[in-house]
Design a protein. Structure first.
Length: 68
């Protein structure tokens, strides 16, 4: 039976809008999907970093809500 895990990366843009990219893991395969624009990509390595890069480049969303 395969393992199925999901997480999300969220950032806010300069207008106060929240943007979320979800990272879904099924076995060794990871898929990242943007809730804002529907962009999706397969990412075997560093999916959270790729999600952060998409948010910064496509939506100028760089403010981390957790402050870390």
């Amino acid at each position: 039976m395969s393992e199925n895990n999901a997480s999300k990366v969220s950032r806010w843009d300069q207008h106060g809008r929240q943007h979320v990219v979800r990272v879904q893991r099924t076995g060794v395969q990871r898929t990242i999907r943007c809730d804002t624009c529907g962009w999706r990509k397969s990412a075997q390595f560093l999916p959270r970093l790729k999600a952060q890069e998409h948010l910064a480049e496509a939506h100028q969303a760089t403010v981390d809500p957790t402050g870390s």
